[in-house]
Design a protein around this ligand. Sequence first.
Ligand SMILES: *Cc1c(COP(=O)(O)O)cnc(C)c1O
Length: 394
Amino acid sequence: MTDYIEKTSKYVMGTYSRFPLTLVKGQGSRVWDDQGKEYLDFVAGIAVCNLGHGHPAVTQVIAAQADALVHVSNLYYTGPMAILAQGLVENSFADKVFFGNSGAEANEGAIKLARKYSYDHFGPGRHEIICAQNSFHGRTLATLSATGQDKVKKGFDPLMPGFSFVPYNDLPALAEAVTDRTCAVLLEPVLGEGGVILPDRDYLKGAKSLCRTDKLLLIFDEVQVGMGRTGTLFAHQFDDVAPDIMTLAKALANGLPLGAVLATEDVAASFTPGAHASTFGGGPVVAAAAGVVLKTLIDGRVLDNCRQVGEYFINRLRSLGNKVNGVKDVRGRGLIIGMELEYDGTEVVKEMMQRGFLINCVQTNVLRFVPPLIVTEQEVDLLLAALEEVLKTK
Ligand SMILES: *Cc1c(COP(=O)(O)O)cnc(C)c1O
């Protein structure tokens, strides 16, 4: 079965350095490889499978909808999209939704919408967006240009003009960066790829009031931290501040590709017929799956579990950090938790995998834990025991 590894290396472009692991099955917080070995999954497809693998209601609705109708194009109406849009609007700051297929595509849509809104209301030339250093917004040319990490941009010049960068959690720098060409501020309510960085208490509120004063749109990229990851349906709800535009993707359909741009009525009005489009966006199968995801999260029990197990997990990781050498910081909210090491985390990830635990590492030295939101304290205990063994040897 290592055949798949050879074939992938031979025929698939080498944009990923993959682990030598072929996965064939998943259930809840567990996945199995082609040798039958079981792993506890604290990656969850990178914060995607928030309800866990093989969630029965999601699987059932996918099968039923696939049987009824898979695709007809956005020239026509379909039920699952209508119901999902209503659910997202009724449970958020937003009045309208646009559906695409991925996080990058959602952010592309948000960037276009912000520019169009500014053009409609203030005329041409006001198109710049202020972003954060160490942010991540996607790999398409525009979202790459909006990303605050040089390493992913190298070799792709010329990038899209119109993005500037300020340090995260620095309100004076944000105020300083505004010019008469600025139309929006784009922020992640928690930096995910940037190393699990939380906003300071008044940062997002401060960004919002600055946007109000300077007539800028505030865009939150909730692609990674939306859909319950931090213990509230949307991460910005913790800070009690609403954006004008928000993007979602990763966990929206629990593993099927779906992205969304949410906006207030006033802002969404700039997307008129023909202004933007996506062939697959919000198709019946993915939208039906997302409808079940949303309903399950709104029910509340999964979010309660996320907050409760998240708190347990972070406290236990902190005690572990005090017990072993080389742990610089433990931080997070809900079930996105980072453990910053004083050394490269790659070996830890590999040794955890040998012990049957999937974790990953961002910014080379931050172990990131983003398990399904249904993970139990017992499963966390299993991971902690293995992690203690591994970290002790470092
Ligand atoms: C993953 C991610 C993206 C990109 O999503 P894709 O679906 O991979 O295009 C954008 N923003 C954030 C915050 C992300 O974590």
